[in-house]
Write a new protein. Structure first.
Length: 347
């Protein structure tokens, strides 16, 4: 039954997608005598951890119960007290952990603390992979100090990059609307920002991503006509030379090194765990960032939308970047949505 309750943990934790960064998504399920008596997940960075809500939900029934948690309970003081102490005080009988903490400095410390209080602890091996996938971006950021990057583009049937998505993809429930809900930031080119409204997620409760606008070799002034002052989404311009943006309140950062590695490091420092590199044109600002991303391990995932159209090339249109050699993608998945095919794999 451990797997059943751990899958419920993953399901609960995912409700807070994009709200918890730089923290991980975590949830607890408390079970006593074969019955779920308490549940809770960490809703947002700065708010109480998951165990507070789960133990509050369980009340006195937490005593002698089994607590299932998607990530090893913390054992250090930060903005909140240690998770371990809450379960020790609640007198739970045992704790089932989905995965150990990826931070090598604190890994196993929570487990050791629980065991020292005579609480049995075991790892749910059958769902460890799903718990790791839940927090793959958080894990990557902890280990590399860079944001987890996903490359996304749309192709016509004849392999040309097109600046469009499927007809319902950006509507509530559409794949692109759901995708935006999952990411802390979206990287777009300055040309895209000049000519398009920055898209938003239409999912219930979605936190809109930070838009990172790449402006290389721009004139002294950048006009972003489709953003209105004070409106969502939030945006920042990254550039290689000083420029002004017509819209007041848009942050402009001049980088000493305008490359993907420095950008991903900067975003991680600012608390972003994952970022979507939204490739809409096969030339320009974004293309120059993506050279050799495979050798440098700067992209972790690739998502391609294939539209049922045949289009005419307006210039350079291929995806000839990423590395000096071909490489296979791993863990490929595909699905058809309203006549479009979505392909996803890991680098």
């Amino acid at each position: 039954m451990d797997g059943l309750y751990m899958r419920r943990c993953v399901e609960l934790a995912r409700k807070a997608a994009s709200h918890t960064s730089p923290n991980p998504m975590v949830s607890y399920v408390i079970v006593r005598d074969g019955r779920v008596v308490g549940e809770g997940f960490h809703p947002k960075a700065g708010q109480p951890h998951a165990e507070v809500f789960a133990l509050r939900d369980a009340g006195d029934l937490a005593e002698n119960a089994t607590a299932y948690v998607s990530l090893e309970p913390c054992n250090h003081y930060g903005r909140t007290p240690p998770c371990t102490e809450a379960f020790i005080n609640a007198k739970v009988k045992d704790v089932v952990v989905g995965m150990t903490d990826p931070d090598l400095i604190v890994a196993f410390k929570g487990i050791e603390r629980l065991k020292s209080a005579r609480i049995d602890v075991r790892l749910c091996a059958e769902e460890e992979a799903s718990c790791r996938k839940l927090n793959e971006a958080y894990i990557h950021r902890m280990l590399t100090r860079k944001a987890f990057a996903t490359f996304r583009t749309t192709l016509s049937m004849n392999g040309i990059v097109v600046n469009q998505i499927g007809s319902t993809s950006d509507q509530p429930g559409g794949y692109y609307s759901q995708l935006l809900k999952e990411y802390d930031g979206v990287i777009v080119s300055s040309n895209f920002a000049k000519t398009n409204s920055l898209p938003i997620s239409h999912e219930a409760g979605a936190k809109q991503p930070l838009y990172i606008i790449i402006a290389q070799g721009e004139d002294s002034q950048l006009n972003i006509p489709f953003i209105k002052e004070g409106s969502a989404p939030e945006a920042v311009v990254l550039t290689d030379s000083p420029i002004s943006v017509e819209l007041a309140g848009i942050e402009v950062l001049v980088l000493d090194r305008m490359n993907l590695e420095s950008i991903l490091q900067l975003l991680a420092q600012r608390g972003l765990c994952n970022v979507l590199v939204d490739f809409r044109e096969a030339r320009g600002d974004i293309s120059s960032l993506l050279n050799n991303f495979q050798e440098a391990k700067l992209q972790q995932k690739v998502l391609v939308e294939l539209l049922p159209i045949w289009t005419v090339s307006q210039g350079p249109c291929d995806l000839a970047f990423g590395g000096s050699q071909s490489f296979p993608l791993k863990d490929m998945e595909h699905k058809e949505v309203n006549g479009c095919v979505l392909l996803e794999g890991y680098v």
